[in-house]
Design a protein around this ligand. Structure first.
Ligand code: GLN
Length: 196
């Protein structure tokens, strides 16, 4: 059975584990480089991207996730996780380092205060239909690299889920619903190694 390591530094990692177990995947909480090494894929959950980044560095997981990516393992970032894997963060004065493994630029809290959390039904080719998407202080995708495929758009037409080979990102939180189809989609990416 493929193993998925969910980064358990901060944020909603428990919800990802629950969703993965529901579909029969071997999901573990990752707190050490060995946890990441033992897995076929990695999820960086939602939470606070600055806090997760700081803790990843402290626990030696920053380089482990980069290594996992260079070995061709599948990576999925949700919300804060999408920010962390993006190439650049735009629209803020203070520089924030990213893993840079997905060729997109993100803007944190891109929907502004009025809309800071909302839910809407979206259409996605990744799940072949409608999905109830939950957005919480979500980032916006400001630029998408030419090789990156948009697999879901929000009601306003803006991209909210993107995929480059087996590197996947969603600005919303599939783990906060009972619908596990995005988790199944990610499990389907585990054997898709586009870097070796
Ligand atoms: N706004 C958060 C950040 O910038 C992300 C929010 C989330 O993951 N729900 O890190």
């Amino acid at each position: 059975m493929p193993r998925i390591a969910v980064l358990a530094m901060q944020g909603d990692f428990a919800e990802h584990i629950r969703a993965l177990k529901k579909i029969g995947a071997d999901a573990i909480e990752a707190r050490t480089p060995a946890d990441i090494e033992s897995a076929d894929g990695v999820i960086i959950p939602g939470g606070e991207s600055t806090t997760i980044t700081k803790l990843m560095k402290e626990y030696g997981l920053w380089d482990s996730v980069k290594l996992a990516h260079s070995k061709g393992k599948a990576i999925w970032g949700t919300c804060a996780g999408m920010i962390i894997i993006s190439r650049n963060i735009v629209g803020q004065e203070k520089a924030q380092e990213t893993l840079g493994i997905l060729d997109v630029d993100t803007q944190r809290n891109g929907y502004g205060r009025q809309m800071d959390s909302f839910e809407e039904n979206i259409l996605s080719s990744a799940v072949n239909g409608w999905f109830h998407a939950v957005f919480i202080r979500a980032p916006i995708l400001k630029r998408i690299g030419v090789k990156v495929e948009v697999v879901a758009k929000g009601a306003d037409g803006s991209p909210i889920a993107v995929c480059d080979g087996n590197v996947f990102a969603t600005s919303f939180h599939p783990e906060l619903t009972d619908d596990t189809r995005f988790h199944s989609y990610f499990v389907g990416l585990l054997n898709k190694n586009n870097r070796q």
